[in-house]
Design a protein. Structure first.
Length: 127
């Protein structure tokens, strides 16, 4: 059975990710890669202005979670609430306050879910 090139690439990427997760040593683990994967997985709508502050805060959150082998959902939510949602980009594209609220609820929910998945792969539960 022939494997499509894209399936082969995905299998290779998955294998590399599993190998990286298997080592799960904070000194070996590339937290920046985890942060980038979370941010890219949730890259929707007017979120490009949030990329830098989100990446910085998420990097800190994930590093602390790895060091303590624990992650608090409330700490992640508090971090997300502090991010600037009134950027020019958001104001331009999300004029209706209800639309803006709905967008950021969906966006931050995606960030929470992706972060929880990445932490789970490191045997760290988001409480």
């Amino acid at each position: 059975m022939a494997v499509a090139p894209s399936e082969g690439i995905m299998a290779l990427v998955s294998l590399n990710l599993m190998c990286a997760v298997a080592t799960a040593d904070p000194q070996v683990l590339d937290v920046k890669q985890i942060v980038n994967e979370v941010v890219v997985a949730c890259a929707i709508g007017p979120s490009s202005m949030l990329e830098a502050p989100l990446s910085s805060k998420l990097d800190e959150f994930i590093r602390q979670s790895i060091e303590s082998k624990a992650a608090k959902s409330i700490a992640l939510t508090d971090m997300l609430v502090q991010l600037p949602t009134d950027t020019d980009e958001a104001q331009e594209q999300l004029k209706d306050p209800r639309t803006k609220q709905m967008f950021f609820d969906i966006y931050f929910n995606c960030i929470r879910q992706q972060t929880a998945l990445r932490l789970k792969s490191l045997n760290i539960a988001l409480d």
